[in-house]
Design a protein. Structure first.
Length: 152
């Protein structure tokens, strides 16, 4: 991995984690439910892991590509059902989805971070989707970590 790519991706991952943590905190301050707090703490842990992964890239650590592969991979799924919903994007995202209840579709793109969760909430529409940017980044980091580009 060349230095320019390593620096840009490391900075994006670190910034995404910082933005994610800072966007989670206000929500926690107004929430009165323990379950909301637990979900927010979980997302804060994920954003913190992103900061760590970005630092690994900047410091040229040997397992940085593997850690970043896993970090971007957890950002790939987007889904929502009456039982459980999940979206996590850190640094940047381009998500597309299909609604299953009334056959709809949509997308969301941002340079930044975001998260969404639901638990036992039937007011959200049922949908499945994918974060295309995270999928591409996962493939790229997988190739760097396990594929033909291991030595670079």
């Amino acid at each position: 991995m060349n230095d320019w790519t390593r620096r840009v991706l490391g900075a994006m991952t670190i910034a995404g984690g910082g933005i994610g943590i800072s966007s989670t905190m206000p929500y926690m301050m107004v929430s009165s439910h323990v379950l909301d707090w637990l979900f927010c703490i979980g997302f804060i842990v994920l954003f913190s892991w992103g900061i760590w992964c970005g630092i690994q890239l900047l410091e040229k650590q040997p397992n940085a590509a593997r850690a970043n592969f896993k970090f971007w991979l957890i950002q790939v799924p987007v889904f929502n059902t009456p039982v459980l919903g999940y979206f996590f994007g850190s640094g940047a995202y381009l998500s597309v989805w299909v609604g299953l209840g009334n056959i709809s579709y949509g997308y969301n793109a941002m340079l930044g971070s975001g998260f969404q969760y639901s638990f036992m909430n039937d007011s959200f529409p049922t949908l499945v989707g994918v974060n295309i940017l995270a999928l591409l980044m996962s493939f790229w980091f997988y190739r760097k970590a396990y594929g033909a580009d291991v030595s670079s």
